[in-house]
Design a protein around this ligand. Sequence first.
Ligand code: PHE
Ligand code: FE
Length: 285
Amino acid sequence: PAPVVYGEGSRPPRGDYARDGLVLADYTCPQNYAAYTAQDHDTYRQLFDRQSALVPGLACDEFIAALPLLGVKDRIPRFEEINARLTPATGWEVVAVPGLIPEVPFFTLLANRKFPVTDWIRTPEEMDYIVEPDVFHDLFGHVPLLFNPVFAAHMQAYGAGGLKAHGLGACEQLSRLYWYTIEFGLVRQADGLRAYGAGILSSSGELQHSVRSPEPQRLALDVTRCMRTRYKIDSYQQTYFVIDSFQQLFDLTAPDFTPLYAQVQTLGELAADARNAGDTLVSLA
Ligand code: PHE
Ligand code: FE
């Protein structure tokens, strides 16, 4: 068949991992900036405006401090523009991918301080909810904290730890830690609970819910407890895990997980809303 050339106004289908051979062996691809339509840029602008208005008092200080470093707010940024600031700050680099990628290439990129960002953006119908990560979730949710040296070091350690977990058949357990920290984590600051997880920071509904609602349970992060806990992918979380600082997250996850994975196997799974002996509840306010 004739090769398809993507350019002005012609977008590659979501999750096209072939793209005329443009996707490399490490699953990265060009950002394909010319393919964004005026509507795509407008969607980004609307999402950015809405979400940045919500973060005061709900997102952690480090996130709020770094958000301006994403640069332009009225269109989808070029990844090179972000890298010009990010790489000098922490050695991290944003790279484009066509969508979710398999575990090993994902962990390998993180271990090399490369953060994979999906290059396409949701449709206007998906403004409030999208089932898979798009460029807004990945940039707004994940990238600001990569400017923080401690969080940046933690993300790299997570990548290296992922490769190790893969060898041990423990990816599911490790992915629960990712979910409850990097995606849905809360941090206790001097002035109260705040969000640092990307899934919360990029969601208009869950940002408020996770930080303020009396409904979910909030537990002090315990790595074993966290890796035993199943999670919801189609509703707000019923349990959030709370850290005191990124340094604490780094320190709690620094030990060798090999014995923990075995322990988690023995202890077994817990439901997303389970209460368990030994849980340390974190109260609101
Ligand atoms: N310390 C973990 C291990 O040895 C790796 C890891 C680091 C996992 C940071 C998550 C976050 O397996
Ligand atoms: Fe994410």
